[in-house]
Design a protein around this ligand. Structure first.
Ligand code: NAD
Length: 249
């Protein structure tokens, strides 16, 4: 995939899937700006992007905060100029039984995921429309397709919201040359999953239950993303691609 000369923003780029996507895009030739709340992670991944020979910009941005998103995008515009690619991967995940879920827990999940995607797309879309081209990829989840499971009502609702938002934006921005797609990963081995308390054995067992007999890695998602942001994917918009090893068909 040749992304030479392209400029990308990756939210949640300090860790896991976002980091994998940032590095994949950098290896394909793109300069990559990273938005995240994890400042140490931002610095580490920025150095990794730069070791690929590409430029990197970092901004401490909570994607649910419209002023922070606006300032972060301004900073990237100043450094990079044209914005070609936006990947929204920032996310959180908690397991909370539905009847114990308080308002704040539900609202925060929706704010980081649905509002976060909304704010980032709204900030970047005018640049893409003016350029007559652009690629947006939003990271949803299999949970947004199948409801996730017990304890994930807020997460599933947020990811389903991202999928619907993606399809709406695809229709509205398509005529301007901007494609908008979603990726709905299955279980991917990242700090989010490790931090959820799942034991190694349990993670391995989940991997053994899917047709390809393994848990996904961030680069499995990055590979799909690199295709969706490439020039080759110009006829693909409003779609949900689900790299999940066949675990959800
Ligand atoms: N790992 C999986 O199995 C899996 C499966 C399906 C979907 N996803 C989704 O993939 C995305 C990436 O998850 P991951 O597994 O790489 O997790 P991760 O925790 O490794 O990375 C998520 C990143 O998002 C950042 N972040 C969290 N809240 C933020 C906010 N408000 N503003 C900016 N940055 C914020 C975190 O600091 C972190 O760097 C998430 O949207 C997640 O829901 C993950």
């Amino acid at each position: 995939m040749d992304l030479a000369g392209k400029h990308a923003i990756v939210t949640g780029g300090a860790s896991g899937i976002g980091r994998g996507i940032a590095l994949r895009l950098a290896r394909a030739g793109a300069d990559v700006a990273l938005f995240d709340v994890n400042e140490d992670g931002l610095q580490t991944v920025a150095h990794e992007v730069e070791s690929c020979g590409r430029r990197s910009v970092t901004a401490k941005v909570d994607v649910s905060d419209s002023a922070a998103v606006r300032d972060g995008v301004h900073q990237v515009r100043r450094e990079f100029g044209v914005l070609d690619i936006l990947v929204c991967s920032a996310g959180i995940c908690t397991f909370v039984p539905f009847l114990q879920m308080d308002d704040a827990t539900f609202d925060r999940m929706l704010a980081v995921h649905v509002r976060g995607v909304f704010l980032c797309c709204r900030e970047v879309a005018p640049d893409m429309i003016a350029a007559g081209r652009g690629r947006i990829v939003n990271v949803a989840s299999v949970a947004g397709l199948n409801g996730g499971g017990a304890g994930l009502a807020h997460y599933a609702a947020a990811k389903g919201g991202i999928i619907a938002l993606t399809k709406a934006l695809a229709q509205e921005l398509g005529p301007a040359g901007v494609t908008v797609n979603a990726i709905a990963p299955g279980l991917i081995d990242t700090p989010m999953v490790r931090g959820s308390g799942m034991a190694d054995d349990f993670i391995r067992q989940i991997g053994q239950r899917v047709p390809v007999r393994r848990v996904g890695q961030p680069d499995d998602i990055a590979a799909a993303c690199a295709y969706l942001v490439s020039d080759d994917a110009g006829f693909i918009t409003g779609q949900v691609i689900s790299p999940n090893g066949g675990g959800y068909l």
